[in-house]
Design a protein around this ligand. Structure first.
Ligand code: PRX
Length: 647
């Protein structure tokens, strides 16, 4: 733990939207009088019909339910676009930076974006898509991804974005789960100089889910991709002759806005469902306060729209706030390790918000890549997705921000919709590695293993005591699973799945997942998901996957594999299994280590002792704990002597 504390710079305390006194006052109001607080905050949106009810929520089984602003109506696309037209129609809404720096950037104003969204909404309507229909989006980081999202929101269709790095199988599972009849994709994506065969992946996925009626294909790289007669249509051909206006549909605040699949402790990813009104208030409010955002500033959230961070802080938050948002197609170290900072200079970015894994990778390349760039436009930095280690934090602060820019380390989840525990730059003294204090309306508690609430400085499971507007509302198609997953571990509380420590100043330090979820390069992976991919291979009998410390990725993937008896495990099989998992899930799930073993350590009742597997993966073998309950303690000796080197 780092001992350093960085006080709020005077200029920030004076000029920021929220200073410490205001934070304290607003926080108190938000938990003592949530109705009044949120009634006021919800005024940031244009409502079609004003709400009268604010908060109707309970985490208890008897009257379980989460509803915010339920009798109000609004349209999120209108809140992101139409209402800005009069005042800032010619302001750039999206600044797009291509994968390769010599390709042309794109600048799309609010007026242009509005027109594109309306036209595309009309395309969707012409394909029979309307309110409540699910639209799967499998696009690279191009402005059309935002156009597609906003077009769905405009007509009340529910978007389900699948990260363009996922495999055909993973895509098929997600299309099937939400039963979408339409897929939006591109010929190819580009990332770090490589192309990704998106249309080919869609074709492969649809071989498994034949019910899809329409595929709209954006010509992005210009690759020659075959279109299936009657099913596929070129994006621009579809747009031709569509009118440039489209009335936004009046949506109830609790109508679904989007589904986003995320990994949990079980094998199957869950469709996290967010609804309209509460999510919109949360995204807009957190974007404004956490980043002290003022219209006119250039805001760059370097996440892909395939993740929640991209939904909330590339698209919805900044656009609701009339901002200029940067969309970057590429990767931080391509063509070289200066790229991110060159883009900052090129667009005169005010706020940069990225993941620790990227910072660690850039830090490893050396300071000279940063020093070559000016970065004078930067005023604020942000971090998200995984715990940031104090070394990376200090590097970000000193080398990137030249000790001028506060860092907001924002803890949150796909499920929470937006930032939950975070410093506010004008209010919170910073401690490297700590996400600091709760956002308005967020009541974090730490519980011990018996579910007892811990007071003061302590460490335990992080739960949230009461609902906030941006909270997910359900698991698509399985409301019971929603309740079971989040509200039964500790009755009456939302369980985050994270461990956390609170220090004497009330600062929160997230220690990482305490369930069977690992965080690889800021990407959330269920160990069970990788295990089911491994056992689907015909040579594998059993697999157990755990996280291992990794200097750049945060956590790496360590897979214990037992092969079928007739199979001889060797290097070739190792390579084959790695390739297999990449195909089954996608490159983000690539195992770092495959550890072949004739058996896994199990209790006499047959339960795999993951604690031991984690320790061995961490190379922390001095404290394996009690192994006497194992059915065959010799398994552990074998595992210790056969531990492979990290790949
Ligand atoms: O373990 C926490 C970690 O990422 C998990 C949520 O992952 P996901 O749903 O993919 O959303 C990521 C982007 C919001 C959390 O349970 N996490 C996220 N932000 C932080 C973090 N861990 C520590 N510090 C953070 N700032």
């Amino acid at each position: 733990m780092s001992q350093s504390v960085y006080p709020v710079p005077e200029k920030w305390a004076e000029e920021a939207l929220i200073d410490d006194a205001r934070y304290q006052r607003m926080y108190r109001a938000s938990v003592e009088d949530p109705e009044g607080f949120w009634r006021e905050e919800a005024k940031r949106l244009d409502w079609m019909k004003p709400f009268t009810q604010v908060k109707e929520t309970s985490f208890h089984e008897a009257d379980f339910g989460i509803r915010w602003f339920a009798d109000g109506t609004l349209n999120l696309s209108a809140n992101c676009l139409d209402r800005h037209l009069a005042e800032r129609g010619d302001t750039v809404a999206i600044l797009w930076e291509p994968d390769h720096p010599s390709d042309q950037e794109r600048r799309i104003t609010y007026r242009e974006l509005h027109e594109q969204v309306c036209r595309f909404a009309n395309v969707l309507k012409s394909r029979g898509i309307g309110k409540g229909d699910r639209v799967t989006i499998y696009l690279p980081m191009v402005p059309e991804a935002a156009v597609a999202m906003l077009a769905c929101a405009r007509i009340g269709a529910i978007h389900s974005i699948v990260f363009a790095g996922f495999s055909p199988d993973a895509l098929a599972g997600r299309i099937e789960d939400c039963d979408s009849r339409i897929v939006l994709t591109a010929d190819e994506g580009r990332r770090g100089g490589k192309t990704v065969p998106l249309k080919a992946n869609v074709d492969a996925a649809l071989a498994r889910v034949p019910d899809v009626e329409t595929v709209i294909v954006l010509a992005h790289t210009g690759a020659d991709v075959p279109l299936v007669e009657g099913r596929d249509i070129d994006w621009n051909t579809a747009l031709a002759n569509q009118p440039a206006d489209c009335e936004p549909v009046e949506m109830s605040a609790e109508d679904p806005l989007f589904i986003l699949y995320t990994s949990g402790s079980t094998g199957k990813p869950k469709g996290v469902l967010h609804t309209t009104g509460g999510y919109a208030v949360w995204a807009s409010m957190t974007h404004e306060y956490v980043f002290d955002y003022r219209p006119g500033e250039i805001f760059w959230c370097a996440a892909d729209v395939g993740w929640i961070t991209g939904h909330t802080y590339v698209v919805y938050g900044p656009l609701m706030n009339g901002g200029t948002t940067v969309m970057f197609e590429g990767v931080p170290n391509y063509p070289d390790a200066s790229r991110v900072w060159q883009v900052v200079d090129k667009f005169q970015v005010d706020t940069f918000y990225g993941a620790p894994t990227a910072l660690r990778a850039l830090m490893a390349e050396g300071d000279e890549w940063v020093a070559k760039t000016s970065r004078k436009s930067l005023r604020l930095l942000g971090s998200v997705g995984e715990p940031i280690n104090p070394e990376a934090w200090e590097w970000y602060y000193r080398v990137v921000g030249e000790e001028r820019c506060p860092i907001v380390d924002t803890w949150w989840q796909t499920e929470t919709g937006g930032a939950m525990i975070t410093p506010l730059p004008g209010a919170t003294a910073l401690k490297p590695g700590s996400a600091a204090r709760p956002m308005f309306g967020v009541q974090p508690l730490l519980l011990d293993s018996d579910g007892k609430v811990l007071e003061g400085a302590s460490e335990g499971s992080l739960v949230i005591a009461d609902s906030w507007p941006g909270q997910m509302r359900s698991v698509w198609g399985d409301h019971e699973r929603f309740f079971q997953t989040y509200f039964t571990t500790y009755r009456g509380y939302y369980f985050s799945g994270d461990g956390c420590r609170r220090d004497k100043d009330g600062y929160y330090w997230i220690t990482g997942r305490i369930d069977d979820v690992i965080n690889v390069s800021g990407h959330r992976m269920g160990t069970a998901e990788i295990e089911s991919a491994l056992v689907a291979h015909r040579k594998v009998a059993e697999a157990a996957v755990v996280g291992m410390p990794h200097s750049v990725k945060g956590q790496g993937i360590y897979a214990y594999v037992t092969t079928n008896v007739e199979v001889q495990p060797d290097e070739a099989l190792q390579a084959e299994l790695i390739k297999w998992v990449r195909q089954e899930i996608g490159p983000i799930a690539t195992p770092d280590v495959i550890h072949f073993t004739p058996a896994l350590p199990k209790t006499r009742s047959g339960k795999i002792m993951r604690r031991i597997l984690r320790k061995i993966a961490e190379n922390d073998t001095s404290s394996l704990g009690d192994t006497s309950t194992l059915a065959d303690p010799a398994v552990v000796d074998h595992l210790l002597s056969s531990r492979p080197m990290a790949g």
